[in-house]
Design a protein. Structure first.
Length: 261
């Protein structure tokens, strides 16, 4: 009961929940792009399972905080830099995200290099879940380490993660549909994944890029794309409107009279 009546607990819960939602944007974008390759009747199920894996992963990491904190201890030294277990996970996750985003961009631009008449290979449902699970480890690790620095009570951290995943689950469907219906937005989402992958690798190499800079760049790009979408919505109907038919020219010769036998 003391947790429910303590205003500091509620403030930390609200702050941590908002922060978890912001940090979860990366996860939503990745899951939306990846599940878009599935058949339409499997996409919603893939998003639900992917976010469910993220929830389980984060709760498990929160319940093993001593192990998570131990990941920040240096393992070895390379070129004067101490590399920890967390750094290795961030570097490998960032490289995987860079490779995956580059592949998706190539698929979107070149169509995967399929020859005419060749049936493109479809990605399996299990393959999508495996890729989501791998990146969930990276995103969840970053999220949990942030939660440890923001709150002291484990129940508050778990509650914030559950609420954030719930919000992400609600937003994932409309976001995925919007991204799929607008190719330029999908390309923008893929560029976000490239940016996020680069920042993960840099963070693993102790080249810390403030998250605010990254989210500001993403937010500004979304604002510009929203203006482009609004402009296209106003101008495209003019191009799609059919041209008026020209009136038929009246005959120039004398009118035809009744035929005589």
């Amino acid at each position: 009961m003391e947790l429910l009546t303590n205003p500091e607990i509620w403030i930390s819960l609200l702050t941590l929940t908002v922060l978890e939602i912001v940090l979860g944007i990366d996860n939503i974008v990745f899951i939306s792009v990846l599940t878009s390759r599935l058949p339409r009747d499997q996409q919603a199920r893939g998003r639900r399972i992917g976010l469910g894996l993220a929830l389980v992963m984060r709760i498990l990491l929160l319940l093993t905080l001593s192990w998570v904190i131990g990941l920040t201890a240096p393992l070895f030294n390379v070129a004067g830099m101490d590399i920890s277990g967390r750094d290795l996970i961030l570097i490998l996750g960032g490289l995987f995200l860079l490779a995956k985003a580059t592949t998706e961009v190539h698929e979107a631009l070149e169509g995967g290099g399929h020859k005419p008449g060749e049936v493109p290979k479809t990605i399996s449902f299990t393959g999508v879940l495996v890729q989501i699970a791998l990146l969930d480890v990276v995103f969840s690790l970053d999220s949990v380490i942030t939660a440890v620095g923001m709150a002291d009570e484990i129940l508050v951290m778990i509650a914030a993660v559950v609420i954030a995943i719930g919000v992400m689950l609600i937003a994932a469907g409309p976001l995925s549909k919007f991204v799929e219906e607008h190719p330029t937005v999908k390309m923008l989402a893929l560029s976000f994944l490239l940016l996020i992958g680069m920042s993960l690798v840099a963070d693993g190499l102790d080249l810390h890029i403030p998250k605010g800079y990254i989210y500001f760049a993403m937010g500004f790009s979304v604002f510009v794309e929203a203006l482009n979408l609004r402009l296209r919505a106003r101008t495209e109907p003019l191009h799609l409107r059919p041209l008026p038919e020209e009136p038929a020219e009246p005959p120039t010769g004398p009118p035809a009279g009744p035929s005589r036998s």
